[in-house]
Ligand binder design. Sequence first.
Ligand code: NAD
Ligand code: MG
Length: 395
Amino acid sequence: MSRSVSILGVTGSVGQSTIQVIEELRGQGRELPVEAVTAASRIDVLVDACRRLRPKFAAIANSQLLSTAREALAGLGVEVGAGPSALNEAGARPADWVMSAIVGAAGLEPTMAAVRRGAHVALANKECLVCAGPLFIEAAKAHGATLLPVDSEHNAIFQVLTHPERVERLTLTASGGPFRTWTIEQMAAATPAQACAHPMWSMGRKISVDSATLMNKGLELIEASYLFGFPSNSIDVIVHPQSTIHSLVHYVDGSVLAQLGTPDMRIPIAYALTWPDRAPVSTARLDLAKLAQLTFEAPDVQRFPALRLARAALDRGAATTTALSAANEIAVEAFLDGRIRFLDISSTVEAALSHLDGAEAGLLAKMPSSFDEVRAVDQAARRAARLIAGNPAAA
Ligand code: NAD
Ligand code: MG
């Protein structure tokens, strides 16, 4: 297999795991030339990535860092660009396979640049799909892009979706996050460090906080609905603290297919990179005797209202899922900056959605018909959330 690749978000948790997979596959004699990589601002990590991958092009989001990045990358034979146009160029350059691993709606434009040229797009970033919803899926179809889900639950479903037209239900599994057994009172005092200490997965800070509120599972519910084309009432969520079963597909004959494995993102990344083949990857092997038991429990929507908000947004329509994801990005940032408390994250999102319904009636009712309309909803939701999170200056 020879496949040229680009990595959007190479300095993040998924980006770094992708480098490891590429190095391991190269060690097996596979040719995986790297076209482009992107980073927000961590130059030292970008330099390390460029040393290991030898990409042709590196884009840094922060334009002020252009000359620093150029200096740091001198001698590596890498062309360097900065700012939004450079990020888009990274997606647009002719790689066969593009890892979309920028966090948040910031990943949308560069990912769309890859979608528009019909690339194989490995989708770790869930916010760009939740943000642009049906338009994103339509664009992928129209341009002949292949979407390869990397989010572990969606990758699991993708692996066992043998008969899409014979599916009865999907079940997404959730680890329950670090506060699964905490009381509301304990959660009220939770710190960013506690919220980011995930029991099963090591991830970026935004998705870690989303896992603690269960908004991550809410976003994944929306992601699954758009990706696989199932309505919200045919997708269940179950808490499974061992994170061994990554999701399940229930068929009309009563058969249930699931994908299992140790919680390691290199497994779905390698699957997406080698699809439709597979390759040996040195991840820890599943030892069921050692695990001894797999347990399950219903999610508690009283303590984790984000899940209820996300399902309601999905039922309401694409503009509301755009607004939910944007408001959540602002609320999580406010929590990580110490401006709001943990339980305020979900209430900020809920209040931002009702504010939009009141102040900009009609905005959420209409299905966005262009990416410009999506952006308008996204920006309005960010403004509303900033007002509610007590940072109106930034609104
Ligand atoms: P991370 O915070 O570790 O990394 C994010 C990456 O995005 C970094 O490379 C950063 O430089 C870049 N970035 C951040 N803001 C940017 C901006 N404004 N413009 C351009 N680049 C920017 O995040 P992560 O944990 O690697 O997650 C990445 C995405 O994958 C998220 O959407 C997350 O939901 C999804 N995901 C992650 C995991 C995981 O295990 N980490 C699992 C499933 C899905
Ligand atoms: Mg996931």
